[in-house]
Design a binder for this molecule. Structure first.
Ligand SMILES: [Zn+2]
Length: 175
C-alpha cells in the first residue's frame, strides 16, 4: 500500500523541484546602447533596429545590442528603488544639515527616476511579463557575483556599468 504513497510523494517532490527551477528561470531579452558620434550622447533603448537609425542631428547612431537576463536586471533595480526610498526617508528626517539634505534629496530623486525608467524599459523589452526573482531562494548578489555596489549602496549591473566604454570612438564620458 505504501507504494502509491511513495510515488505520490515523489510526484509532489518532482513538481516542487520543477516549480523551484521555474522560479529561477532567466528571462532573456535585449537592450541596446546607442551612441551618437556627433553629439557624443549615449543612451539605451529597448527598441532594436537591425537596419540602424539616425539621431535627430542627422548622424547615424552607433549601436551595441546586449543580451541579458531581464529578470535579474529588474530584481536589482527594484532593490535599488527600496534603497533609494530608505535614503530619502533618512534625508527627510535630517533637519540639521538642511542645505546638504536638499542637494542629496535632489540627487536621490534623479536616481529614483532613472531606476523607474529602467524598470519600465525592462518591462517593455520583456512584453510586460518580467517578474523579479524571489529573494528567499537565494540572495541576488550570491547568484550574480559580477554586479557591483556603488557608494550609495545601489547595485550596478554590467549592462549599466560604464556604457561609454562600449564606444571606443567617443571622446567624453556621459554627464
Ligand atoms: Zn546626434
Amino acid at each position: 500500500m505504501s507504494e502509491k504513497t511513495i510515488s505520490l510523494d515523489q510526484f509532489r517532490k518532482k513538481r516542487e523541484e520543477a516549480k523551484a527551477q521555474e522560479e529561477l528561470e532567466p528571462f532573456e531579452g535585449c537592450l541596446v546602447w546607442l551612441h551618437c558620434p556627433n553629439c557624443q550622447k549615449i543612451e539605451y533603448t529597448e527598441v532594436r533596429a537591425p537596419g540602424g537609425r539616425t539621431h535627430r542631428c542627422g548622424t547615424k547612431v552607433e549601436e551595441v545590442e546586449v543580451f541579458l537576463d531581464l529578470r535579474a536586471e529588474l530584481s536589482f533595480t527594484l532593490e535599488n528603488l527600496k534603497t533609494i526610498e530608505a535614503h530619502l526617508l533618512e534625508v527627510g528626517q535630517n533637519r540639521l544639515k538642511k542645505l546638504l539634505a536638499r542637494s542629496l534629496e535632489k540627487t536621490l530623486l534623479q536616481l529614483k527616476a532613472s531606476e523607474e525608467e529602467y524598470a519600465s524599459r525592462l518591462q517593455k523589452a520583456g512584453g510586460g511579463r518580467v517578474v523579479p526573482y524571489p529573494q528567499e531562494t537565494q540572495p541576488l548578489v550570491e547568484r550574480f557575483a559580477e554586479v557591483q555596489i556603488n557608494p550609495l549602496g545601489l547595485y550596478v549591473t554590467p549592462f549599466r556599468l560604464e556604457p561609454h566604454k562600449r564606444f571606443p570612438n567617443n571622446t567624453k564620458e556621459p554627464s
